[in-house]
Design a protein around this ligand. Structure first.
Ligand code: GRF
Length: 208
C-alpha cells in the first residue's frame, strides 16, 4: 500500500456506471498539491467501466451487490465494512445508483458526499436531467451535497449551472451537465480535503 503524505486525504469512491466523475478525481489526484487521493473504488454491480477504470489505475476495486445480501440492512452494513477497510477521510458517491442507509451513514458521519445531476432541491432521484427537460427549466446543473437520510436532500457543498438548449434531448443535456459536474466535483472535493469544512444546520462552510 502506498504511504500517503499526512495532508493527503483518502477518498473512497462508489460508482454504478461509466465512472467519468471517478476518472476526474483520479486525474486530479495525480497532482500531489490536490490534497486528496482515491484509495479504493466500490460499486453495487460487476462489469462496469467505473471498476475497470479503477483496475487500470491499480486501485483496489470491489463490487458489493444487493442481490447477494440477505436484507437491505445487511447490504448496507456490509458496504460500510467494505468502505471502512480503506480508512476513508471522505466517501464520494459519484454516480452510485443506490441509496445508502443509516448504518452506512453512521460509520462516516458528515463524510459522505454525493453528486447529483440537477440543482437541488429541484429534480431529486434518478431521472434529474429528464425531469428538468420535461419541466422546461432554462437552467439546470449539478449539486454536490453531504448525504443525509433523504433522497438528494443533504446540505449543499457546491453547485454548477448549465443552460438547457431548445434542441436538447436527455442525452445531450446530461452530457453538458456532466462536463460541469466533473469540474465542480474536482474543485469542491479538493477544497474539502485541503481546507476542511463544517456543517451547521444546512450550511456547509469550507475552511476556517
Ligand atoms: C452523473 O451525472 C451522476 O450525477 C449521475 O450519474 C452520472 C454518472 O456519471 N447520478 P459517471 O458514471 O461518473 O460517468
Amino acid at each position: 500500500m502506498a504511504v500517503l503524505p499526512a495532508a493527503e486525504r483518502r477518498l473512497v469512491v462508489l460508482v454504478s456506471g461509466s465512472g467519468t466523475n471517478l476518472q476526474a478525481l483520479i486525474d486530479a489526484s495525480t497532482d500531489p498539491s490536490y490534497g486528496a487521493r482515491v484509495v479504493a473504488v466500490g460499486a453495487d454491480r460487476d462489469g462496469i467501466e467505473g471498476l475497470a477504470r479503477a483496475e487500470r489505475h491499480g486501485l483496489p476495486a470491489f463490487a458489493h451487490r444487493l442481490r447477494d445480501a440477505p436484507t437491505r440492512e445487511a447490504w448496507d452494513a456490509g458496504l460500510a465494512d467494505a468502505v471502512a477497510a480503506h480508512e476513508p477521510d471522505l466517501v464520494v458517491l459519484a454516480g452510485f445508483m443506490k441509496l445508502v442507509g443509516p448504518a452506512f451513514l453512521a460509520r462516516f458521519p458528515g463524510a459522505v458526499v454525493n453528486t447529483h445531476p440537477a440543482l437541488c432541491p429541484s429534480f431529486p432521484g434518478t431521472t434529474g436531467p429528464a425531469d428538468a427537460l420535461a419541466y422546461g427549466v432554462k437552467v439546470t446543473g449539478a449539486t454536490l451535497f453531504v448525504v443525509d437520510d433523504g433522497v438528494d436532500t443533504g446540505p449543499i457543498v457546491a453547485q454548477a449551472v448549465v443552460p438547457v438548449e431548445d434542441d436538447d434531448d436527455v442525452a445531450s443535456l446530461h452530457e453538458r451537465i456532466k462536463v460541469a459536474e466533473r469540474a465542480m466535483l474536482v474543485d469542491a472535493v479538493g477544497r474539502l480535503a485541503r481546507e476542511g469544512y463544517t456543517i451547521t444546520d444546512r450550511k456547509v462552510r469550507i475552511g476556517a
